[in-house]
Design a protein around this ligand. Structure first.
Ligand SMILES: *Cc1c(COP(=O)(O)O)cnc(C)c1O
Length: 322
């Protein structure tokens, strides 16, 4: 057995979205990983049960990660570090972007949402001016080196908790939902949620569709790397190649962390038909894709939407966000 700590309320609920499903002509369900229950919920709690266990096992005193200022991962990581008495430093940018695509235009309010919660959990934020993701990663390595020089035993967590161990946690999550699905639709960004689910359903009739929430060109190779890492962790060789991941790259809109019109419409539709809240950065963009695929007949049968959480960023939004 792999070291694991208990943080989440598992299994999360899975229920039908009957009203919207009827409108779309689908047997539509939702997996409520927005209700993992730890520190406001969301998909990162599952990864953290394994990542924090490894940090504790290695005798770490301080955990370092990076992300956007409004990162849901940083919030949940900060809370987990509190539970285990670990220091937590997050190197963040308000709007990290892929310089190949240019900086997206858009405004995301910063002082609310996850930032309020990070402060409660005692996260130390190092704010770096907006720039390319690679600049953020380099700064994070430098901060980790500085902490090590100050006698901290540092455990580095990749962005979004997307290590093979993070992906492994989603192979177990897959077991909670059984194998009766034609499609599972999930947002994907750092990749381990998508990679873990795709690995788990590989070779079955269920098609796992990941909807990219940022224009990161390396995402597909990242999925391959994470799935290979799960092969190594489990000793079960699936050797997934890049064409075995269904990845939609037409729904991130202007860029990561910036609302899209289609996403905003999806938020309103889910609120008004099902009383269900999506977030502006991830789940709304994935749901916008689900809606289009259903309307043009590419999705059919029994469909599961994997809700990954993110409510604090919805609460941070203002009328100016779009
Ligand atoms: C991090 C996050 C995702 C993306 O999951 P990855 O495993 O990083 O790809 C999706 N939705 C929400 C709300 C998230 O916080």
């Amino acid at each position: 057995m792999r070291p694991r700590v208990s943080l989440c309320c598992l299994p999360t609920p899975c229920h039908s979205l009957g009203r919207l499903g009827h409108l779309l002509g689908l047997d539509l369900w939702v997996k409520r990983d927005d209700l993992t229950g730890f520190a406001g919920g969301g998909n990162k709690g599952r990864k953290l049960e394994f990542l924090i266990a490894e940090a504790v096992d290695q005798g770490a005193t301080h955990v370092v990660t990076c992300g956007s200022s409004q990162s849901n991962f940083v919030r949940q990581l900060g809370a987990a570090c509190s539970v285990f008495g670990l220091g937590c430093t997050a190197v963040v940018m308000d709007l990290p972007y892929d310089s190949g695509h240019g900086k997206p235009v858009g405004r995301f309010p910063q002082a609310l949402g996850n930032l309020v919660l990070d402060d409660l959990f005692g996260v130390k934020r190092v704010l770096v001016p907006d720039d390319d993701w690679d600049v953020l990663f380099a700064r994070t390595e430098a901060v980790a080196r500085e902490l090590t020089a100050c006698s901290e035993k540092v455990y580095d967590v990749p962005i979004g908790g997307s290590s093979p161990l993070g992906a492994f946690s989603f192979t177990l999550a897959a077991e909670e939902v059984g194998d009766s699905w034609d499609f599972i639709v999930t947002p994907t960004s750092s990749g381990s949620t998508h990679a873990g689910l795709a690995w788990a359903f590989h070779g079955s009739r269920t098609r796992v569709v990941g909807v990219a929430c940022d224009p990161e060109e390396d995402l597909r190779s990242e999925l391959v790397r994470l799935a290979a890492g799960v092969d190594a962790l489990t000793g079960c060789q699936k050797a997934m190649s890049d064409d075995e991941f269904e990845l939609r790259t037409d729904y991130f809109g202007a860029g990561y962390n910036v609302w899209s019109k289609a996403g905003k419409d999806a938020i309103e539709l889910l609120a008004k038909t099902e009383g269900l809240l999506l977030d502006p950065v991830y789940s709304s963009k994935a749901f916008a894709c689900l809606l289009d695929l259903a309307r043009n007949g590419e999705l059919f049968g029994k469909v599961l939407f994997w809700h990954t959480g993110g409510l604090p960023t919805l609460l941070a939004a203002t009328g100016e966000s779009l």
